[in-house]
Ligand binder design. Structure first.
Ligand code: G4P
Length: 534
């Protein structure tokens, strides 16, 4: 039997329109998953293999992330799509908890854009290693030094070019490879597997001048001298620590420079890493342990729940990242939160829109579980009833709040069910004010409410009214002892809320209120996330 292929689980991030979908399509092409260009996203944008929801299609945005698995260069890759829109940054964060590295796309005419900054902040929270692709060099682009400087100064990551562009737009000749001292020819390379090169080992040679013209030859010479003096060597350690990012230049649309980028990803992207978990009980006394991917016992956690992947079936799929051991179809696994053993008969693996039954999965793999509402984001699975819970999949303090009421009181129960399910899926956060039992929704971005509204009407047949609530956020609370907890809850009863897991939160009416409460109660800790990360 062949040894299992090493796993490479990575996500693709970009500002909308930088070329994420186009790049995804090309990566899948290398993996043999799509055979023709245009299968992921058609020109009109009305059919997208990786975009499932109707609303996504209508809005032309990718809201939820999806998983695509393929093999290339003897590695088993799982590519996780992330929503490009800032309103879904929580979803992106959760996706990044399931990957070991990231591919970042930059539109070379525009440089770093707003959403890339947000996404990068999320990557930095986990020191995720990043490979960068400067896209659209077949169009007029910024000067490569200006681009690198733009990324370095805004995203605070050191850029190490692996290739160097020769011209751009109509003058784009190709990319110079620092190792081989050859230029991969843009005009003559018909497809990535039959590349054509221009020899550039002698930068002053007349033959190079004949190929790229005197001005570009002069510019390349100057650029390479500058690179040699200004840019440090690539360091594997610094890449793995998220400090350095190897950079490629090319065109996803023309499938140019993509193979080189994917070759590097498969060569250097980390294999599954050890992860932190806590042992039950999961209170403040919980002991943290580290679980190694090579541990024999299977463990995994749910990082994403996606509804309506198939509109005909209205199904809900929970995505599980396998963290250690081996998962086998039909073998009993332990769902830690409910304390029940479950046999998964139809675990799924994904290839773009197609799904297959997975007979087994190992650390690094992502599998889909059909879900009738049993699972929640962050749920841990183990073998042998091991009482552990993976940490690092928190909710963040929302910035926007709404009171939701069913227009038809007869639909109140439907509304309740809908809101509970949507918050389990992470589409929104649900809070209950303890003193009044009032339910309120929290979101990081306004589009999340639009998704909730759309789905409540479409899936639960509930038309509701939405009243904005003026609130600055919530803070999750930790108390040193039960007496302090009881007193605090009594003193602040009108602003005490519970999240969906009944964790106690403080409703922040104004920053001033919050500061006052913190000053008065120095023993109580206030956290902006539900994992109590400082
Ligand atoms: P996204 O998922 O990051 O939002 O970007 P997407 O791949 O959909 O690409 C956005 C547009 O940019 C698409 O044009 C796509 O064809 C184009 N594009 C992507 N990569 C390249 C590239 O390397 N070179 C050039 N020239 N264009 C590229 P579209 O679907 O026609 O939409 P639009 O151009 O009408 O906006």
């Amino acid at each position: 039997m062949n040894p299992p292929k090493s796993r490479c689980t990575f996500a693709i991030i970009s500002h909308p329109d930088a070329g994420k979908t186009t790049m995804t399509e090309k990566l899948l092409w290398f993996g043999g998953v799509v055979r023709e260009a245009g299968m992921v996203k058609s020109k009109s944008g009305d059919y997208a293999k990786s975009d499932w929801m109707e609303l996504e299609k209508q809005r032309g945005i990718s809201i939820t992330s999806s998983v695509m698995s393929f093999e290339y260069n003897d590695r088993a890759l799982h590519l996780l799509d992330t929503p490009g829109h800032k309103d879904f940054s929580e979803d992106t964060y959760r996706t990044l908890t399931a990957v070991e590295s990231v591919l970042m796309m930059i539109d070379s005419a525009k440089g770093v854009e707003a959403q890339t900054i947000k996404l990068m902040d999320v990557c930095r929270m986990r020191d995720t290693p990043i490979v960068t692709f400067m896209n659209k060099f077949d169009r007029e682009s910024m000067d490569p030094f200006a681009l690198l400087d733009n990324v370095e100064s805004i995203l605070k990551i050191q850029c190490i070019p692996m290739t160097w562009p020769v011209g751009n737009g109509v003058d784009f000749k190709g990319v110079y490879d620092f190792k081989t001292k050859k230029i991969l020819s843009f005009k003559d390379s018909k497809d990535p597997f039959t590349p054509s090169y221009i020899d550039a080992s002698d930068i002053d040679s007349p033959s190079l001048k004949a190929e790229i013209g005197a001005p570009l030859q002069e510019k390349l010479k100057e650029d390479l001298e500058m690179v040699a003096t200004l840019i440090p060597e690539f360091s594997m350690e610094e890449y793995q620590a998220g400090i350095q990012s190897p950079v490629f230049f090319g065109s996803a649309l023309k499938n140019f420079g993509v193979k080189e980028c994917l070759d590097l990803i498969t060569a250097i992207a980390p294999t599954p890493r050890p992860r932190d978990a806590v042992l039950a009980p999961y209170d403040s006394s919980a002991k943290t342990i580290t679980i190694d991917p090579s541990d024999e016992e299977f463990t995994g956690f749910i990082f994403k729940i996606q509804a309506n992947m198939d509109a005909k079936h209205r199904d809900r799929i929970s995505f599980m990242r396998v963290c250690s051991g081996r998962f086998a179809r039909n073998e009993k696994i332990y769902h830690v939160r409910s304390g029940k053993e479950i046999r998964i008969a139809t675990p799924l693996m994904f290839q773009a829109r197609d799904r297959e039954i997975a007979e087994e999965a190992m650390a690094g793999d992502i599998i889909g579980l059909y879900d009738t509402g049993k699972y929640q984001i962050g749920d841990t699975f183990s073998m042998g009833k091991k009482l552990i819970r993976y940490t690092g999949i928190p909710s963040f303090s929302p910035e926007l709040f709404m009171r939701v009421l069913a227009k038809d009181p007869m639909k109140a129960k439907h509304l309740e069910k809908g809101l509970a399910q949507l918050s389990e899926e992470g589409a929104t956060q649900l809070f209950i004010r303890r003193s009044t039992n009032e339910k309120m929704l929290g979101a990081v971005g306004a589009l999340q409410f639009e998704v909730v509204k759309y789905r409540l009407e479409d899936e639960y047949s509930v038309v509701a009214t939405y009243e904005p609530i003026t609130m600055a956020g919530v803070r999750w609370l930790k108390f040193p002892d039960k007496t302090t907890e009881g007193k605090f809850i009594q003193d602040y009863s009108s602003v005490i809320m519970e999240d969906k897991e009944k964790r106690i939160c403080f409703a922040v009416r104004t920053e001033w209120d919050l500061r006052l409460a913190m000053e008065k109660n120095p023993d109580v800790k206030f956290f902006k996330n539900s994992d109590y990360i400082e």
